[in-house]
Design a binder for this molecule. Structure first.
Ligand SMILES: [Zn+2]
Length: 276
């Protein structure tokens, strides 16, 4: 009896030692790996501005970005660029990304046919070409986004395929500021929208606007930059995009959404960049 008791105690002791060892292995090997993994995730924010240049707002946006050493991406309207070439020059001189939005931005004209769309896009490219050194960015933003600004889904699909066939990539967004939901949107509301929509996203493509009605978008920019920095984001523009970023954005359907996808288009709010 005594011998079996000793055996039992020995057994318990061995199990206890084994457990302690297992826990130590977990502490030493698994946990540091996990924390290293977490700290390695880079939070990237791309501030994008559609519809400029505008004599009322663009220079204010540049001023704030410059002060904070942040480069923004401007998806411009070609016809406005022809009106205000000096503003495009300011963007270029301050190393902002100048990308194609549309030449006319008239939905009824550009979304009439594939040819009309591509003609408008190339006209905008020609305007930008006069200002930038080197090639014009291949990233374009479709007016209204790629997910349903026109009624005909068949036409939309054809246009998106034509954009890719013409060696461009179209990019949407995953953080709307909703600064166009009404003509006047307060700074507080824009800030709250960005704060809410950026949550949980390691790659944030933030959509704002650059037009005479959007003075609050420029005014709230400092607060937005401060908040994103506090949250650990670093700022990038379309000219800095890496192959890895691009792959992630394609997988998240923020770049080239829908090309080769036969199912119904997902609503933009469902897009969540996946943490790789
Ligand atoms: Zn637009």
């Amino acid at each position: 009896m005594k011998f079996s008791k000793v055996l039992l105690m020995l057994g318990v002791l061995i199990i206890m030692i084994f457990n302690v060892n297992t826990k130590c292995i977990k502490c030493e090997e698994v946990q540091p790996e996990l924390s290293e993994y977490k700290s390695n995730i880079k939070k990237k924010a791309f501030l994008t501005f559609d519809d400029g240049p505008s004599p009322e707002v663009t220079l204010d946006i540049i001023k704030v970005l410059k002060k904070n050493q942040v480069k923004g991406s401007f998806f411009i309207i070609g016809s406005r660029a022809e009106e205000y070439p000096h503003i495009i020059e300011e963007l270029v001189n301050n190393e902002m990304s100048v990308c194609i939005h549309s030449y006319s931005h008239k939905y009824e004209d550009i979304y009439k046919s594939v040819n009309d769309y591509i003609e408008d896009l190339k006209k905008c490219e020609e305007v930008i070409k006069k200002h930038v050194k080197g090639d014009v960015s291949r990233y374009v933003r479709m007016p209204g986004g790629s997910f349903g600004s026109i009624k005909s889904k068949a036409m939309l699909k054809e246009i998106k395929e034509a954009i890719v066939d013409n060696d461009f990539k179209y990019i949407d967004w995953n953080v709307p500021s909703d600064d166009t939901q009404e003509r006047y949107v307060s700074q507080d509301l824009i800030f709250r929208n960005i704060k809410k929509n950026v949550k949980g996203k390691n790659t944030a493509i933030i959509l704002m606007h650059d037009s005479k009605y959007k003075k609050t978008s420029a005014k709230v920019l400092q607060r937005v930059i401060d908040y994103l920095r506090e949250e650990g984001y670093e700022f990038y523009c379309m000219d800095d995009i890496t192959e890895e970023d691009e792959m992630l954005l394609i997988k998240s359907r923020i770049i080239n959404n829908g090309v080769g996808v036969t199912s119904e288009f997902t609503h933009i709010k469902d897009y969540e960049p996946k943490v790789e």
